[in-house]
Ligand binder design. Structure first.
Ligand SMILES: CC(C)(COP(=O)(O)OP(=O)(O)OC[C@H]1O[C@@H](n2cnc3c(N)ncnc32)[C@H](O)[C@@H]1OP(=O)(O)O)[C@@H](O)C(=O)NCCC(=O)NCCS
Length: 172
């Protein structure tokens, strides 16, 4: 852990970092009470990245993962990143959203809808990708730069754009 990474660990939270993993400078890891961040082995979280975990929520990051600079993940329930995943710079994993249906109530006062985000093994997410809550990106999938992922991505598929559309598939 770099000396200038900001750690905000509430009482009763847990932060585990496996052997050979690093969290580079100028990022932050904030874990509310009952929350967990578990980082596997040989994983690199590059500079300026942020991990924020709400009360009782989880972020699990596997082995040999690369999280590019200025990425962020905000977990209201569970964000799970498998092994050998590569996230380029400025990737956002978004673990929830505000309800907004009642127009007579401020959006910020409406319930927060929580959802999991799962990035399976060997997926590659390009620069500036955002993955919205409730979405699973399948094993070995490729997500092009700038893509907004609103629905599950099939294993080994190649998706691009906003919203993500499938443009190909990796060969067996
Ligand atoms: C998606 C990507 C991997 C290329 O995959 P590919 O299967 O070779 O796709 P192609 O280049 O054949 O493009 C297929 C179509 O998708 C479009 N496309 C490709 N990448 C796109 C992107 N990021 N956003 C929107 N459209 C994209 C192409 O214009 C093409 O459209 P068309 O069929 O209408 O002509 C690549 O474009 C990309 O985005 N790489 C990420 C780079 C990056 O973030 N690097 C960070 C360093 S780790």
């Amino acid at each position: 852990m770099a000396w200038s990474t900001l750690l905000l660990l509430d009482a009763g939270s847990a932060l585990q970092i496996g052997t050979g993993s690093i969290v580079r400078a100028y990022g932050s890891v904030a874990v509310a009470a009952g929350g967990t961040v578990a980082i596997g082995q040989r994983t690199a979280i590059m500079q300026g990245s942020e991990i924020a975990v709400s009360r009782g929520a989880k972020v699990e990051i596997g082995n040999d993962v690369y999280v590019g600079a200025y990425s962020n993940m905000r977990s209201s329930r569970r964000i799970k990143i498998g092994d050998n995943v590569h996230l380029a710079q400025f990737v956002s994993l978004v673990g929830g959203q505000h309800s907004f249906i009642e127009r007579d109530r401020l959006i910020r006062e409406q319930p927060f809808e929580e959802g999991d985000v799962v990035i399976e093994d060997d997926a590659w997410l390009g620069v500036g990708v955002a993955v919205l809550s409730g979405v699973t990106v399948g094993t070995g999938a490729v997500v092009g730069a700038g893509t907004i992922v609103t629905k599950d991505v099939a294993p080994y598929s190649i998706v691009v754009g906003n919203p993500a559309r499938m443009v190909g598939e990796r060969q067996a």
